[in-house]
Design a protein. Sequence first.
Length: 144
Amino acid sequence: MSYRRLSDFEVHDLNREPILHTQGNSYDAAVCTVSVEYLNRPLEVFREVARLLKPGAPFIVTFSERWFPTKVIRLWTELHPFERLGLVVDYFRRSEAFDHISTETYRGQLRPADDRYAGINPLSDPVSAVWATCSQTVTYGGVE
């Protein structure tokens, strides 16, 4: 059985330029993995993602408690992990482009025996996710 996978992806420095010159309303989903803590202009990025998504499409943001202290935004270093989850929720809310915001955090998962850190810490790093659906057709920034 063949499953349809990603049909498109783009590597782009959102801190340099938060606008993607891509047709709006054209993506079925968007994922930001272990990168939200490095965004200098998160609201612009969230609005731009919303512009690219079809109405009702999900935007999923994941992050862990493992990050580079010299690269993250300063606020990230000052927040408790629970507060970081709240910060990302706030990005969704303040972008005014998403509905049905949800969160989940996974903790206490055992590392596989072949994980190089299993002997140091038997539990894997906690992982958090915040996701929401694009609420409407958004016009912001890039190509309409």
